[in-house]
Design a protein around this ligand. Sequence first.
Ligand SMILES: *Cc1c(COP(=O)(O)O)cnc(C)c1O
Length: 414
Amino acid sequence: MTDADALDAADPLAGFRDRFAPTEPGLIYLDGNSLGRLPLATAERLARAVTEEWGGGLIRSWESWIDLPSQVGDAIAAGVVEADPGEILVADSTTVNLYKLAAAALDARPDRRVIVTDDDNFPTDLYVLQGLAAARGLEIRTVRTGIDDGPDPATIAEALDGGVALVSLSHVAYRSGAIADMAAVTAAAHHAGALTLWDLSHSAGSVPVPLRSSGADLAVGCTYKDLNAGPGGPAYLYVRRELQESLRQPIWGWFGQSGQFAMEGTYTPVRGIGSFAAGTPPILGLYAAQEGVRLIAEAGIDRIRAKGMALTSYLIGLADEHLAPLGFRLASPRPADRRGAHVTLQHPAAWQVCRALIERAKVLPDFRTPDRVRLGLAPLTTSFAEVREAVDRLATLVAAGDHLGYPSAPGRVT
Ligand SMILES: *Cc1c(COP(=O)(O)O)cnc(C)c1O
């Protein structure tokens, strides 16, 4: 028995692998943090929803569909992140939710002119903030962050003053996997009188998310990554309960209207998290999110976190031994408690290495700029044996120079 087999044998979450649609033989999927795998229950649930609820029930099915956005939001609050019922709603995309919540926060601080973020934040977050700043004539104060380390709370705190309306950051950095100190940043932001908006896309479902205990104000995130809701799965938004009455989002749609089907001509939003809805929710995506969230809740975020740390530590140990001599360098935090469930390696030929891994070695990683190979270790679906085998294949391929035959410039989707 190898050390990987022993780790798999002792893994309390090992059984969850069988709850997902099998991959083709020999494929090692290290991209569950970009597009999570398909749970078997989801395939069944969607088939039933399509044939029975849509095909058979037709418009009558809206009776049960209408509450799904808040029901799935409550399930995320109960089993995925630290939040209370009525604080999370599933709606729209992460990008659109960022816009809605950032705009609401800026409107709540009309005499302040500055948005603080960092240069390692996810591009869509930066673009949304830039768009809002351009439309309102605001300043964006972009803190410099080491791309391997995540934002430093002390550096963020130095950027804060009485002119800052909003601090918007990712909780787990998309490239390095570094975890930001949500409590420290939130405390500093509140001290300066600013609101905080967190992007949880790479943290929900892989690490504990201390929204309540850190006092975070607002958050958004994807369901199609570690929550396994499938391509284009709807996003969620979190608004701390005490803020729900005072914040108003900018998209005044009929799904946020009180007495929606009275078809009144004037917008009067419902009270609570429902006022952050806009238009018709994607029902099939909501069912997929519901099944994905159910699996995460059943596994338990503490066990998921423990396995995520064990998997990434195991990978880093193997990389030190077998990949460092081939020119790879760890580009994620080394202490396990500072990183989420993915590990990034820097290599000068990272793009070619990724192509060769995908096309010759049947290992699916992500390339990330400028020269990074990102390996996502999904705690519910990745085994220790797969980690070991992936490192073996990677080392063999690079030692033989197999990657050198691939073009060195990235394609359109990386
Ligand atoms: C994946 C990801 C997104 C994606 O946003 P969409 O609107 O779903 O395209 C946003 N933010 C972060 C941090 C992400 O990792």
